[in-house]
Design a protein around this ligand. Structure first.
Ligand code: SF4
Length: 73
């Protein structure tokens, strides 16, 4: 799956608006993923196996990096 397709599918997710991260937070998270050496093929997190475009969608999710939550840096 390409990053563009993963983004498109995540945008169409049925996740309730009340559970979603705000757009700015979502973009910030994905920017951190884009510069992370744990990102594979532009879509998969090496630490949890998630598609980051989906993982970042939920406001209560966190980055699983063993060196610390990169979304909070
Ligand atoms: S370790 Fe964190 S920042 Fe890196 S790809 Fe996974 S979720 Fe993204």
């Amino acid at each position: 799956m390409t990053p563009a397709l993963a983004l498109e599918m995540a945008a169409a997710s049925p996740l309730a608006a009340s559970l979603r991260a705000a757009d700015a937070l979502y973009r910030a998270r994905l920017n951190r993923c884009a510069s992370c050496n744990g990102l594979r093929e532009g879509v998969l997190c090496a630490w949890c196996g998630c598609f980051v475009q989906f993982r970042a969608l939920s406001k209560t999710n966190y980055c699983p990096s063993p060196s610390g939550d990169k979304w909070r840096e």
